[in-house]
Design a protein around this ligand. Sequence first.
Ligand code: SF4
Ligand code: SF4
Length: 450
Amino acid sequence: MTKVNIMKNMPEKVIIPLKQHDGSICEPLVKKGDMVCEGQKIGECGSYDSASVHSSVSGEVVSIEEAPHPSGNKVNSVVIQPSEDAECVDFKPKDVPVSELANLIKDAGIVEHYGTPTHMVLKPEGKNIDTVLVNATSSEWIGGHYDTPSQYSSQVLDALKLLMKAAGASRGAIVLRNDDLESISAFDGLNFDGKNITVAPLVGKRKVKYYFKDMASDIVVVSQDHIYGRKILDLFTYNVTGRKVSFGCDPTDVGVAICSVKSAKALYDAVNAGKPYIETVVSVSGKVKDPQKILVRIGTPFKDVIEACGGYIGEAGKLIANGAITGVAQYTDDVPVSKTTTSIFVQSVDEVVRGESVACIHCARCVDVCPVNLVPSRLTALADQGRFDECRQMHIMNCVECGRCAAVCPSKIHVLQLIRYAKSSIEKAYEDFAPKQSSTNLKLGCCGGE
Ligand code: SF4
Ligand code: SF4
């Protein structure tokens, strides 16, 4: 299991954005001059599509102001100067009844790595969830929160049970990656609820349903290929359960809730240790002296995280949050780590790609690397001309935003940006349509199919 260091130095200040999720922004519960405790709730919103925020340090609120956010925007944030005086944890939700688990998740501020509040994944309004999947296929999401492999496997299984209870789901699965042998061996043979766990590979038509039956268990551990990209959840659902999710739908439309290991661990800690979501593991790489995975307090400025990793090597050219290829370039290293920050990548001045893109030379490299068999060069040209309907007909919504096409393009065409632009325009145009009305062009069929 990848070693994770803990950031020991306290930052000079933490900047806690009041919006670290997709949905309504929180209202501050504190004002300038207030003393707050580590774990104290400092922002909340009554709206269901929100998640509370908590102070990651004890100290004094020095301001509430619009501050840089890793999304690239400015967001109203609570700035806190740590102080050694106050030492208490305000959040103690132990022994929560099952009916209150979803509320606890909202109150503890647990958010998926792609921004959706976890309670909305587990208890989507007007939908029923029957299966919960914990996606442990990406090491970024596993994030090395655990000291030992056996601690990892038993806590994730306990967390899965909590997630299933919160969702009211009868079945759950942990999905590992085929080549993550360490995790596989951590689960294989583990005795859980009186049964020995066997990690089963998802092969061909053998989806998770087969193993629920074969192993006579409502909780199974399976493995499959590497999964990447934030838009992959529909495909992930199909690969694991065989249920098809189409345009305008998401996995919850077919009764599936997908949570990351990070959010599973956060729920485990909220229930068992009374700890809200105030720290996260960030993978720091590129031109830093000591690249590593590091556990940091939410709200810690990027520059402090980089300092904890030995500092920059030479002059930094570009800082990118959440993936060198698909992430967001930052205009300042004062930007704080938020709940959705998974990585920081530093490029040197020489590495920063500058210069204009030139015309497509039809080399087809982008086509060769696309994992979902799209024709990125054609999609890019159509998107550039605003021909979004034709993009739809060419299945642009199946793009998982892996960024491989942009990475290989010798003409430096902004392939991914143009594809994202077209996708968001299409989503906007169809947001008032019922999902099934807009699903006819997609390869994966319509909602609810198995
Ligand atoms: S980002 Fe490019 S390579 Fe990746 S799925 Fe989308 S079109 Fe294909
Ligand atoms: S890789 Fe770039 S230049 Fe080559 S076909 Fe694709 S878009 Fe055109």
